[in-house]
Design a protein around this ligand. Structure first.
Ligand code: SF4
Length: 366
């Protein structure tokens, strides 16, 4: 397939594998920030191609995984109301809240619908004026423009029975939180190509300088990731800490300005709680005063719910790159994709789910 096969070419992969082996002289720990990259690394065994000196740890880049448990409970509470049509991307429906998930709400009669775009939810609101329609707006900077467009369009069309339950998080503050931890082992980052397609990479320049870490904007295909690792290791070996762009076929330094303008009109930067990590200042998005009427948390008065995480789950440590999924005692036994304890096992992009899917037997043996 055009634009896919050429990024999975075996000979080119062997070239980058050998190039990495040829330049490495000492141990390095690299973190990929995106769940899509984690999935590709485990699926294609990219970490197993690397020299033993290069270790990959998996960062907080899966939006489903970092959505706090209490927000899932808020979604369940809203979706259970008889006057609500609750719309979401499919991956959020299986994420367990403290007692049940959205699929269970649907099974017991709740009107929970899977949509492919937030704009579909706006249309549902237009077609159902006697119902309140809520869209579960989860994601990083990547999905923020479409969610901003949905809210903006609803306002322009005068649709008042539409709102969004916002759980948007931002990558740069997460990198800052990882680097600030006293347990941090990370020496370089592969930044997420799709996030930078929207945002560009100017905001990574001060982070690379402050923490003296190379940051390489990287794509998602096996060759993208191998080349990103090569560029990162080369910087580390040469004592450089720069922001470089491996994913130049999609990412421009300034990103997509019209998308950024829309996002900053509809959303403002707010503190956000990250699942397993805790609250990170200025790490999320909330609606601006102009669009506050579209905030589902306020509309349905669910702002005050707080919930404790399951004690046994160490996904917070997994999301910070401190532990690997197979170091969790519950991995593959008490915690599986069919019976997940934590969100990193639920989402396809979660590190625990990727380990379980592609190497559960090796991981169990370890
Ligand atoms: S295997 Fe399950 S319990 Fe362990 S960290 Fe992953 S999600 Fe949490």
């Amino acid at each position: 397939m055009k634009f896919v096969d050429e990024y999975r070419d075996q000979k080119a992969a062997e070239f980058f594998r050998d190039a990495i082996h040829n330049i490495v002289t000492k141990p390095w720990v690299l973190m990929e920030v995106c769940g899509g990259q984690t999935h590709a690394i485990v699926k294609y065994g990219i970490d197993e191609l690397l020299p033993k000196e290069v270790e990959l740890v998996h960062g907080p880049g899966c939006p489903v995984c970092v959505t706090p448990l209490e927000l899932i409970d808020k979604a369940i509470l809203i979706a259970s109301r008889p006057d609500v049509i609750f719309c979401s991307f499919g991956d959020m429906l299986r994420v367990p809240g403290s007692e049940k998930d959205l699929f269970m709400v649907k099974a017991s009669g709740g009107d929970v619908r899977i949509v492919y775009s937030p704009l579909d939810a706006v249309k549902i609101a237009k077609d159902n004026p006697d119902k309140e329609v809520v869209f579960f707006a989860v994601g990083f900077e990547t999905t923020a423009p479409a969610n901003a467009m949905a809210v903006h369009q609803a306002k322009e069309l005068g649709i008042r029975n539409f709102s969004i339950l916002v759980s948007h998080v931002l990558v740069p503050p997460a990198i800052e939180a990882v680097m600030s931890s006293p347990l941090c082992r990370v020496q370089a980052f592969l930044a997420a190509g799709h996030v930078c397609t929207v945002m560009g990479y100017n905001e990574y320049l001060p982070l690379a300088e402050k923490y003296k870490v190379p940051i390489v904007v990287t794509g998602f295909e096996p060759l993208d990731i191998l080349q990103g690792i090569y560029m990162t290791v080369k910087q580390l070996e040469e004592g450089r800490h720069e922001v470089e762009n491996q994913y130049a076929r999609s990412v421009k330094k300034d990103g997509n300005r019209p998308a950024q303008d829309l996002v900053s009109r509809v959303f403002r930067v707010v503190p956000r709680k990250w699942r397993g990590v805790g609250e990170i200042p200025e790490s999320g998005l909330g609606l601006t005063a102009e669009y506050a009427a579209y905030d589902a948390e306020t509309k349905f008065d669910v702002g005050d719910i707080t919930v404790d995480e399951p004690e046994e789950c160490i996904s917070g440590l997994v999301l910070q790159g401190i532990k690997k999924p197979n170091e969790c005692p519950a991995f593959g036994t008490r915690c599986t994709p069919e019976h997940p304890f934590g969100a990193t096992m639920v989402s396809n992009e979660g590190a625990c789910a990727a380990y379980y899917r592609y190497r559960r037997f090796a991981a169990k043996a370890a």
